[in-house]
Design a protein around this ligand. Structure first.
Ligand SMILES: Cc1cc2nc3c(=O)[nH]c(=O)nc-3n(C[C@H](O)[C@H](O)[C@H](O)COP(=O)(O)O)c2cc1C
Length: 230
């Protein structure tokens, strides 16, 4: 199992430690980690060339592509973000903005339909649901096969401040999450939600195409005829 973890902050705080606990329970063959904003420090400029022409023309293609190549090779992706004013960190959002072109309505990446994603957020008290949703919205529209989430109010501003009781709850939860991830690898079918979106987007690109580049991609990838999962 190849794992790629993308952390929405550079420091190794509560959210990072939860991801590490899950990873330690997974016996991975390889683990690649990215820390934001270090590994992708640029905001989307809004030029739109990824949508209208080619994602390779993005001014930040080099960094985005490095992360994408790792993602493509992974079986399991782990996205982490602490809650910052009820949402994911700005640097996580800015990374996801750069992948808008591969939302299913545009140019779905076939490799996503076989991946499991775990999204982890922590807060002092509240806001984990909206934070996880900031990330899961992209995961569903990327076509990720199985999306799992974990939300924890750690009642602390850093990992040192987290009580032993909460740490032990997290330890138990991390075992369950690892089991869920392993189990998710036994099915080849994406969730109903992802399947429904794929068929809807296929109809749009077949009958009502609104972007020539997207339409050409669906054809060239054979996506108009054959679904991208077994
Ligand atoms: C800028 C900023 C905004 C925050 N906003 C919230 C918030 O909206 N709700 C909350 O409960 N905690 C909030 N917190 C606290 C963190 O989400 C919480 O301490 C989290 O567990 C930190 O994770 P980390 O150790 O991985 O950085 C905020 C912290 C910072 C630095």
């Amino acid at each position: 199992m190849n794992i790629v973890a993308i952390h929405g902050v550079e420091h190794k705080g509560s959210t990072y430690h939860i991801a590490e606990m899950v990873i330690n329970n997974l016996n991975a063959d390889s683990i690649t980690e990215f820390f934001l904003p270090k590994d992708m420090p640029h905001f989307c400029k809004g030029c739109g060339v990824c949508f209208t022409t080619d994602e390779k023309l993005c001014p930040h293609y080099e960094q985005v592509n490095l992360i994408l190549k790792s993602i493509e090779l992974a079986d399991v992706l782990i996205f982490t973000s602490p809650v910052y004013v009820y949402h994911c960190t700005g640097q996580m959002k800015t990374l996801l903005d750069h992948f808008g072109y591969q939302w299913m309505v545009h140019r779905p990446n076939k490799s996503m339909f076989s991946k499991t994603v775990l999204v982890i957020s922590t807060a002092a008290g509240a806001g984990m649901e909206s934070t996880n949703k900031d990330i899961t919205d992209s995961m569903y529209f990327w076509g990720i096969r199985k999306v799992l989430t974990y939300a924890k109010a750690v009642r602390a501003i850093n990992w040192q401040g987290v009580s032993d009781k909460v740490k032990s709850e997290i330890q138990k939860d991390s075992l369950k999450l690892a089991e869920k991830i392993k189990k998710s690898r036994h099915t080849s079918l994406p969730s109903f939600k992802v399947q429904a979106w794929y068929y809807a987007m296929r109809l749009v690109n077949k009958k009502f195409p609104f972007n020539e580049v997207d339409r050409a991609y669906w054809e060239e990838q054979g996506l108009l005829k054959k679904k991208p999962w077994a």
